[in-house]
Design a protein around this ligand. Structure first.
Ligand code: ADP
Ligand code: MG
Length: 265
């Protein structure tokens, strides 16, 4: 059920709370075990409407698994996840198509259809899932491709685009569905270094101007520091530490956080 932000929550984030605001994503005592191996161990996390949360942590710490539980690409072993006050983990069967309409996901490997143009890639979810007409979907797709700086690449297919351009198409595709929440799983990790900045600029624009809630797994510390309202550090399936970027980066409270930040900067 809904509850207001406690004073404690407000200390952890630069998010500007509205009167009576309650979390749009609630993760409570989330556990995920793969054949006897616990991968998530009692993860608790509330994310506020419009908040930008960056999730940090070493490889294998459970970051992707947590994102995949949020859109039910993985089934949690135990615990509860509520999206906009609706439990998706309960005994009541969740409408996964409806859930994923509200949860855009951007993957490390883009996952575009290689035989469709950029425009068609951004249209297809709108026509198939949202049942929009072709012209309306096309107009929205062109608008979103323009937003990510690819208006002139609308008729190109993924193999004709750079990795950075493909990732920007994937972001346009997610945004064209107008979800409340966008999940990013290491969106720049597969890119050549010179292509990273263009993708981060698009994400920064969305973070500052779209009002969408974003949960971003990334190793881009500059992005986390500048753009995140809150950073969450995970290790070994648990949330070790979280807080405002300035607090976590400049004054990490836990030895493991210090070691991790030292190892990547
Ligand atoms: P991260 O994204 O932080 O690198 P993951 O969530 O991908 O971590 O993985 C956490 C742990 O769970 C790893 O040890 C990984 O090997 C394991 N894991 C992830 N997916 C599966 C799966 N489908 N089956 C078995 N083990 C998995
Ligand atoms: Mg991962």
């Amino acid at each position: 059920a809904a509850r207001e932000a406690a004073a404690h929550d407000r200390e952890l984030t630069n998010h500007h709370f509205k009167e009576g605001e309650h979390p749009i994503v609630r993760i409570e005592h989330l556990n995920k075990t793969f054949t006897d191996t616990p991968v998530l161990r009692d993860v608790n996390l509330d994310v506020w409407n419009g908040e930008i949360v960056v999730v940090l942590g070493p490889s294998g710490s459970g970051k992707s698994t947590m994102l995949r539980c949020i859109n039910l690409l993985e089934t949690p072993t135990a615990g509860h996840i509520l999206i906009d006050d609706e439990e998706i983990t309960g005994s009541k069967k969740t409408d996964v198509v409806k859930l994923r309409r509200n949860l855009g996901m951007v993957f490390q490997q883009f996952n575009l259809f290689p035989h469709l143009t950029a425009l068609e890639n951004v249209m297809i979810g709108q026509t198939k899932v949202l049942k929009k007409g072709k012209e309306e979907a096309r107009a929205e797709a062109l608008k979103q491709l323009d937003r990510v700086g690819l208006a002139d690449r609308a008729d190109f297919k993924p193999p004709q685009l750079s990795g950075g351009q493909q990732q920007r198409v994937a972001i346009a595709r997610a945004v064209a569905m107008h979800p409340q929440i966008l999940l990013f799983d290491e969106p720049t990790s597969a890119l050549d270094p010179e292509l990273v900045r263009g993708v981060l600029n698009v994400m920064r624009d969305l973070a500052l101007n779209s009002g969408m809630t974003m949960i971003v797994v990334t190793h881009e510390m500059g992005f986390a520091r500048d753009v995140a309202d809150r950073v969450v550090f995970m290790e070994d399936g648990v949330v070790v530490e979280q807080g405002r970027p300035g607090d976590v980066f400049d004054h990490p409270q836990h030895e493991r956080t210090r070691e991790f930040l030292g190892s990547i900067s």
